[in-house]
Design a binder for this molecule. Structure first.
Ligand SMILES: Nc1ncnc2c1ncn2[C@@H]1O[C@H](COP(=O)(O)OP(=O)(O)O)[C@@H](O)[C@H]1O
Ligand SMILES: [Mg+2]
Length: 294
């Protein structure tokens, strides 16, 4: 087998928790010994509730945050030793397209930023039209400003900008969470189509497991900075072995009758879905016990 596009080994990152006077009063282990790899051309889904450490992992892969321990390799090259030229192979699409696009720049100017930063000398106008076409936006959108666009259109611009420097790996951190449900699936379809055509590798981060199930080949479920369940998307979602995964699945909005039938039954406490903590305590399960699957 050829080497993976992304390989993460024993990654750790803690943040200090400070009081109002700046004194350290504790520490949060945001990422606590995480390892996984993504084969070339594959989609890996990283799931987990808010605060489980997903974005911290994404930021370390992007070099925006330094790991305390562990190793990140992109296409066989260690991130800590890689050049700028190599780093362009990883690009990111953020959750909120509203704040990731500069409101004072036209769409064309935003898409051109990475082209300039990495000195792509080709005919820029033509390249911008090409990129907009890839994300199914008309070429004349280059002249528009972000406030003239819908949320879905803005996210397409952010995707075009990420694709500008021909990356091999795209980190998608909740790319559709800020969008209307009706628009989410279309953005995922676009990403899937682009991935196939351009042989891209994706790290798809989301707390929405119904989107992930269709898009990702393999998944890892993150709980308090640790991967508690991992395996093929089908194995994990159709037969989750970990209570926390079941709980995440149960909180996904149900779309069809079949999905309703597949939905795991979670006991309600006082008529409410219990928190992960309560549920695990109730069952006497160890939340840190890991399950390698499929
Ligand atoms: N820069 C930071 N300073 C302090 N704590 C942080 C920082 N970034 C993240 N954290 C903490 O690390 C944990 C994981 O956060 P994050 O990676 O953003 O989770 P997620 O993306 O899954 O919601 C949270 O407890 C969060 O409060
Ligand atoms: Mg996040």
């Amino acid at each position: 087998m050829s080497r993976p596009m992304l390989e993460i080994r024993s990654l750790r990152k803690s943040f200090s928790v400070r009081n109002a006077f700046g004194r350290q009063i504790g520490e949060v282990r945001a990422v606590d010994d995480v390892s996984f790899s993504i084969e070339k051309g594959q989609v890996y889904g990283l799931a987990g509730e808010s605060g489980s450490g997903k974005s911290t992992i994404a930021r370390m892969i992007m070099g925006l945050e330094q790991p305390d321990e562990g190793e990140i390799q992109i296409d066989g090259e260690s991130l800590s030793r890689s050049s700028r030229g190599h780093r362009r192979h990883v690009q990111m699409v953020f959750q909120n397209p509203g704040s990731s696009l500069n409101p004072r720049r036209t769409v064309g100017q935003s898409v051109a930023v990475p082209l300039d930063a990495h000195s792509f000398e080709r005919n820029k106008r033509q390249r911008i039209s090409e990129l907009l076409e890839m994300v199914q936006l008309p070429a004349n959108f280059a002249e528009r400003y972000p406030h003239e666009l819908s949320g879905g259109q803005k996210q397409r611009v952010a995707i075009a900008r990420a694709l500008a420097v021909e990356p091999k790996l795209l980190v998608l951190d909740e790319p559709t969470s800020a969008l209307d449900v009706s628009v989410q699936a279309r953005v995922i379809d676009l990403l899937a189509d682009l991935g196939r055509r351009m042989d891209l590798t994706y790290l798809f981060i989301s707390h929405d497991l119904s989107l992930m199930r269709n898009f990702a080949g393999r998944v890892g479920v993150l709980y308090r900075g640790q991967i508690v369940e991992t395996g093929s998307s089908t194995a994990v979602f159709e037969n989750p072995s970990h209570d926390y995964t079941r709980l995440l699945l149960a909180s996904v909005p149900v779309i069809s009758k079949e999905e309703e039938a597949m939905r795991p039954k979670i006991p309600l406490i006082d008529g409410e879905i219990p928190t992960a903590e309560k549920l695990l305590a109730l069952r006497g399960a160890d939340p840190r016990a890991s399950h390698e699957r499929g």
